[in-house]
Design a protein around this ligand. Structure first.
Ligand SMILES: Nc1nc2c(c(=O)[nH]1)N[C@H]1C(S)=C(S)[C@@H](COP(=O)(O)O)O[C@H]1N2
Ligand SMILES: [Mo]
Length: 365
């Protein structure tokens, strides 16, 4: 195990998938114990090494299809011209729960994320919309691209991580250029000195170590937008423009406690987990079944942290001695629910496993 400082100050129960680039997910227990995820527990998804950046010398460039290209220091971003906003938002990697797809058929070269590539934090910074209005988007601009200061050798050719979102989303007040996370300076591993936060969208659109914002009339043409983070049909090879570009998060839910495979005393057992709706949608209902989906009971939705945050849920079930499989599914404000079987969702890059959450438990007399 690497020294603590190489783990970026993360707690020992973080589940490390890769050392460099550092990729690690939060333990189910850590997610279950607080509605806002602690900084030292928050998952990390990197495509290159964490860049060492001198905050005082950094400039944010805003260019492309704008009337007034900008170059802003961090001090200028924070000097009060733009109001500071705070948003509680959940970030989730599009590869969260990939292990469930990998169990259907192998997904080589991709981390087998469990349900912990997700976390909720209080982010603060300025609204991207305010900065964009200062720059003045050209009438024909349709997309806003973000480029980071890291460099990824996973891309072909090697390049900084980058992504874009549609301009209408970029103008929404919840989209932030953030320098604080849970009231503390943004940690280096989470994108210091400045990152984008795009609530309701997959984590990959919330670009860390932000260096450049570019207004365009097409989506960003970098590897991580054009080739990666796309839902490719089974049987096709990932490639530029192949498959659905992932944007809004899909409705999803899973268990946090007890852990899969746990043995516990028969009788009343508390179940806990999370649910996220994605986009503008809200989690309306979470239900669990102890009979493989024949009947469902309502779980209790826990604290409401606002429009952009997950809902944690809990319920008690009575388990007779023996083996049990319990499943969970959520419903959202569009009356959508989750598919039962990960086999029907399998895709070559292993994204968006939002099949029913599942735990197997042994209740002992
Ligand atoms: N510059 C940069 N931004 C990035 C990434 C990256 O590798 N480089 N990873 C993205 C992905 S895929 C996710 S899921 C989130 C993860 O954010 P976190 O590491 O702060 O949890 O950051 C996104 N932003
Ligand atoms: Mo991600």
């Amino acid at each position: 195990m690497p020294a603590l400082e190489q783990r970026f100050g993360k707690r020992p129960d973080l589940i490390v998938h890769e050392e460099d680039p550092f990729n690690a997910e939060t333990s189910r227990r850590a997610l279950a114990t607080s509605s806002v995820t602690a900084l030292d527990a928050f998952y990390v998804r990197n495509h290159g090494s964490v860049p060492e950046l001198d905050e005082d010398r950094r400039r944010l460039q805003v260019g492309g299809m704008v009337d007034r290209p900008l170059e802003l220091s961090l001090a200028e971003l924070r000097d009060g011209r733009h109001q500071v906003h705070e948003v509680t938002a959940t970030l989730q990697c599009a590869g969260n729960r990939r292990a469930g797809l990998d169990a259907v058929a192998g997904i080589p070269g991709e981390a087998r994320w469990g349900p912990g590539a997700i976390g909720t934090a209080v982010w603060s910074g300025v609204a991207l919309a305010d900065v964009l209005r200062t720059a003045g988007p050209a009438p024909s601009a349709t997309d806003v691209a973000f480029v980071g200061a890291d460099r990824s050798a996973e891309a072909d050719p090697p390049q900084p991580f980058g992504a874009s979102i549609p301009l209408p989303k970029a103008l929404c007040p919840e989209v932030l250029l953030a320098w604080e996370m849970n009231g503390k300076p943004l940690p280096a591993v989470h994108g210091a000195p400045l990152r984008v936060i795009v609530p309701g969208f997959i984590g990959a659109r919330s670009v860390k170590w932000l260096e450049r914002i570019e207004l365009r009339d097409t989506p960003f043409d970098g590897f991580f937008q054009e080739t990666a983070y796309r839902l490719v049909p089974p049987g096709q090879e990932p490639g530029p423009g192949i498959g659905i570009a992932l944007g809004e998060v899909a409705l999803n839910a899973d268990f946090l406690l007890p852990a899969d495979g746990e043995r516990l005393p028969a009788g009343s057992v508390e179940l806990r987990g999370w649910a996220v709706a994605g986009g503008e949608r809200q989690v309306e209902r979470v239900e669990v079944s102890v009979d493989h989906g024949t009947s469902w009971r309502q779980a209790e939705l826990m604290e409401d942290l606002g429009h952009w945050a997950w809902r944690r849920w809990r319920t008690d079930v009575d388990l007779a001695p023996g083996d049990h499989e319990i499943v969970v599914r959520a419903w959202d404000s569009a009356a959508g629910t989750q598919p039962e079987d990960p086999a029907h969702l399998w895709n070559p890059k292993g994204y968006v496993n939002n099949s029913w959450g599942r735990v197997r438990l042994r209740a002992e007399a």
